[in-house]
Structure formats: C-alpha cells, structure tokens
Write a protein that binds this ligand. Structure first.
Ligand SMILES: [Zn+2]
Length: 405
C-alpha cells in the first residue's frame, strides 16, 4: 500500500476522530441500555431564556434529537434555586415555574417527552422512543421551614432533593459555604430526611459539607444518592467532591455515586478555582449588601460573574478524566454503586472534549469498553444502578407509610 503523506493524514485525523466518536457498536449499547442522567440543568436555563427543546437546540446541551442520538432514556431535570432566590423569598415560586416549564415541554411534545414519577412506569412511558423527564430538586430552599411542602413537591413529581446548594440553608451546611451553622444537618433537616424517606424521595448529598453527608447517612433509613459529584481523590481538598470514606459509606448503605462531567469537578486546578469562586462570591455578596445598606451604587452580580469568568478560564479537560473517575469509583465502591450525573446546561459549557452534550454518552461507552469493562458493567453505570436505588427508595417509602402508596 502506498504510504499516505503526512499532510493527508493530518487532514484525515479529525474525520477519523469523529468516526471513532460515532462508533456504531457503542451507540447500539447506549441505545439498548437504560441510560439515566441524574443532573441536567435545562429547566432553570429555560426560565432565563426559552427554547423549544423538542427541536435541535445547538446552544444548549440537552434537546430531544441529541438525547435520542446519545441513547438517553431518563433525564433528571434539575429544579434548581439559588441561595439568592432563597434570600429573596422567591425559591418556592421559581421551583414551581421550572416544573411548569418541564410540563410544558411534555405538553408541547407528548410524543417525544413524558414525566416519569415512578420507576415501574418506565417501560410504558418509554414506548415510541420518548425521553423520560424525572424531577430532581437542587437546593431544599423551596421547602422553606414547612415540612408539608415535601408532599406538595412530591405530588408534582420531585423524586430527589439535593438538601443544600452553595450556601448553608435551613436544612444543612453546604460544602462551599464559609458559614457552617449546623455542623451537619439542622434539627429541621433531620425531619426533612425522615419525611423524604417516608414519601419515597431520594436524599441527594451532592453539594453538602462532609458533616452534612455524615448526618444524612446516619439519619436516612433508605439508600442515598450523590446526584452529580466527583471523587476527591482526583481533586484534593475539594469538599464538593466525595472523599473515599464517604463514598464507601454511601455504597455500603445501598446507594449510588453519580459521577459528574464538568471540568470544574474533574480537574484538580479547576476544582480549586471552583471553591475560590464560591468563597469570593460569598464575600462579594456580603460587601454588596453592606454597600446597598449605605445607599451606594454597586456592581451587579452578573457583571461580577462575567469578570470572574474572564479572569478564570476553565482548563481544557478530556473524556479520559471522566473515565478515570468512573474506573476509580467502580474499584472503590463496586460496579453496583456508580452512575452518571453530567451537569449538562449547568457548567457554562466547561465540559471535557468528547462529552459536550447528551449526544455523547456513546463516547463514554466506547472509552469504558476500551478500558476493559464488560457491557454488563457498563449497563449498570449507564442507568441500571440508579433505577435499582430509585425502586428501593420508592418501596421503602411505601413500607414506612404502612403499605399505602
Ligand atoms: Zn450542582
């Protein structure tokens, strides 16, 4: 065979890489397996700037055509509210509006989407290739100090709650927070966990401080999840990611750690920057509040954010870094306790090469196969583990309620 000239090879290289990305056999496995992603931030993005996610939406990371391309079956829509929403008293209102936005997606495209609230409805709802939308609430702020709100949001379909976000709240301390008023769960937070157990809502420990995770593991009677977390092994001192010890406790309790994709969580330098961001943000907000009280005009949060992003570009990351996390997690926890929670639409596009949207799960499948993992193991990571935990939490809730559904 005539050797191919180097310039031609260089020209071919991107095409060859693309061909590998579209490995039909990896795509077939992603298609056939139940693929569950426990963290996609589409709803809060919709409130900021509406799109029709039933059609191709290139400036977002989740839409129907790419979900189908990637083999995604159950997409947990993050019902996210910020500590700022909490402070302003608007978190509950916003959470309802985000759920309305999800329901509107289904209403607009009943042939493409359905809300899934019970794991046993999977096969029925999935017929015809629908992408199923499950609801996970990120930040327990919408509950306020009213336990009965858990029933309200359960009735609307919420099936996991991340107890706190970047600040400590009424329920628990957060991992980025400078203030740790509770040193774990608050007394109210313990009641929240007990009521979530009873209702069959999964308790999510992502974003929590170590002390909070410890408390959740002590109080929860049902398996817990980390909906979108990395492992601290790769990002020393980054409390937002799970220590080996806490990850092992989650697994021992029957739960699952859903590995997240964002560059700010899988890369040590970027993770240190993520912590610095939230610490500086808290300081900025404090200064902003004080300046406002003095009647001074102050820089807006948006402007401050934009300046920070400009001064702190995220380093490029690779698919192999996510594979390393999954591999380490499987070795540490066993193949029954690892899953995926991308954080698509939640990290301003700071994602590894090859994992840029919901079209890309087959790339991860291919990489895990190349790493030597059997398809049976890959299927567990793709979604079977999460479906098992969800089913167990649902059943345990029914038992705690005395057999009533
Ligand atoms: Zn998050």
């Amino acid at each position: 065979m005539r050797p191919i000239a180097l310039p031609v090879l260089l020209l071919l290289a991107p095409a060859l890489a693309l061909a590998a990305d579209r490995n039909p056999s990896a795509r077939a496995l992603a298609d056939d397996a139940v693929v569950v992603d426990t963290h996609i931030d589409a709803p809060s993005e919709l409130l900021k700037s509406w799109r029709d996610l039933g059609a191709a939406t290139p400036d977002r990371e989740f839409d129907y055509p790419r979900a189908r391309q990637g083999g995604l079956d159950v997409a947990f829509m993050s019902i996210y509210t910020s500590p700022e929403d909490d402070a302003a008293g608007t978190a509950r209102q916003k959470a309802h509006m985000e759920i309305d936005a999800v329901e509107a997606m289904v209403g607009r495209h009943p042939d493409k989407f359905a809300v899934i609230a019970e794991p046993r409805d999977y096969a029925r709802l999935h017929q015809g290739g629908r992408v199923l939308l499950a609801l996970g609430m990120e930040n327990g702020a919408p509950i306020g100090d009213d336990l009965s709100q858990l029933q309200v949001f359960h009735d609307r379909g919420v099936r996991y709650i991340t107890l706190a976000h970047s600040h400590s709240n009424r329920i628990a301390d957060g991992s980025y927070s400078l203030d740790r008023p509770w040193h774990g769960l608050s007394p109210f937070g313990e009641k929240v966990v007990a009521e979530m157990n009873r209702l069959g809502i999964m308790v999510d420990v992502s974003h929590l401080s170590d002390e909070s995770v410890e408390d959740v593991l002590r109080v929860s009677k049902t398996p817990v999840i980390a909906s979108h977390s990395g492992l601290r092994h790769f990002t020393p001192d980054f409390e937002r990611n799970l220590s080996d010890e806490l990850a092992k406790k989650i697994a021992k309790g029957g739960g699952v750690v859903q590995i997240t994709f964002g560059s700010g969580f899988i890369d040590a330098a970027a993770a240190a920057d993520t912590t610095a961001y939230f610490r500086e943000l808290a300081r900025f907000q404090r200064a902003q509040t004080e300046a406002k009280a003095r009647g001074e005009t102050v820089q807006s949060l948006e402007d401050w954010d934009a300046a920070w992003d400009k001064a702190h570009p995220k380093p490029p990351t690779k698919l192999s870094q996510v594979v390393d996390q999954v591999d380490y997690a499987i070795k540490l926890l066993g193949e029954d306790h690892v899953g995926l929670g991308s954080d698509f639409d939640g990290v301003s596009g700071a994602l590894p090469e090859g994992l840029k949207s919901v079209a890309d799960y087959p790339n991860l499948v291919q990489a895990l196969r190349e790493h030597g993992y059997a398809d049976a193991t890959i299927r567990k990571v793709l979604g079977a583990n999460l479906m098992r935990v969800w089913t167990a939490v649902d059943a345990a809730g029914a038992k705690l309620r005395g057999g009533s559904r």
